[in-house]
Design a protein around this ligand. Structure first.
Ligand code: FES
Ligand code: FES
Length: 192
C-alpha cells in the first residue's frame, strides 16, 4: 500500500523506526513495513550484526543500509555507479552499493564505514585520512576509505600512479586527490 501511494523513502524510514523491534534473545534487529504484498524478508549481516528487513526486492543495498537500517555513513552521490560515494565492502571486496540489490547480498558479510573502527580505535586508513588531511567537505570520504581498504587487500597498487588509477572510481569533487593518495601510500608503507 505504501509503495502504491508513492510515499518517499524518509517516510519509509520513519515507519521503519516505528516498526523496529529488538529481539533480546536472538540479538536480531527486525524491521518491517506494512506493504506485505510486494515486500520480502531479507537478512543482511552488516558490521557483524544481523538485520532482518522486510523490503521490496528492488531496494538497492545502499538504500537498505541508509533508509532501512539507518547506517547513513555510506553516501549517495549519483545513484548510478559513477561516483563511488556508496562504496562498501562485501566479503572484503569493494562494490558500489547503489548498483546492487539488497536481496542479492544475503549470506555475505557487509562492512560499511561504521564497521571499520574497533570501538574508539579508528582503522589505520581512517587515521591516515585525518593525518594527511585527505578530505574537505567529507562527502566522498566514507567511500574513499572503504575503497582504499579493499585496494590494499587487492595488492595491485605498487606506485602513486597505480593507486590513483585504481581509485579512479571514487570521485572527489573537492579535489583532495593528492592527499588521498598520500594517506593510502602511508598505510601501504606501514603494512610492508
Ligand atoms: Fe553509487 Fe555514485 S552513489 S556510485
Ligand atoms: Fe568533498 Fe571529496 S572531500 S567530495
Amino acid at each position: 500500500m505504501i509503495g502504491k501511494l508513492g510515499l518517499t523513502k524518509p517516510i519509509f524510514r520513519f515507519m521503519d523506526n516505528q516498526n523496529q523491534n529488538h529481539d533480546h534473545h536472538s540479538g536480531l534487529l527486525h524491521y518491517s513495513i506494512p506493504d506485505k504484498e510486494t515486500s520480502m524478508q531479507v537478512t543482511l549481516s552488516v558490521n557483524g550484526q544481523q538485520y532482518q528487513l522486510t523490503i521490496d526486492p528492488g531496494v538497492s543495498l545502499l538504500d537498505a543500509l541508509r533508509e532501512y537500517i539507518g547506517l547513513t555513513g555510506t553516501k549517495k552521490g549519483c545513484d548510478h555507479g559513477q561516483c563511488g560515494a556508496c562504496t562498501v565492502l562485501v566479503d572484503g571486496k569493494r562494490i558500489n552499493s547503489c548498483l546492487t540489490l539488497a536481496v542479492m547480498k544475503q549470506g555475505t558479510e557487509i562492512t560499511t564505514i561504521e564497521g571499520l573502527a574497533k570501538g574508539n580505535d579508528l582503522h589505520p586508513m581512517q587515521k591516515a585520512f585525518i593525518e594527511h588531511d585527505a578530505f574537505q567537505c567529507g562527502y566522498c570520504t566514507p567511500g574513499q576509505i572503504c575503497s582504499a581498504v579493499a585496494l590494499l587487500e587487492e595488492g595491485k597498487a605498487h606506485s602513486r600512479a597505480e593507486i590513483s588509477e585504481l581509485m579512479s572510481g571514487n570521485i572527489c569533487r573537492c579535489g583532495a586527490y593528492s592527499n588521498i593518495v598520500d594517506a593510502i601510500e602511508h598505510v601501504k608503507k606501514s603494512k610492508q
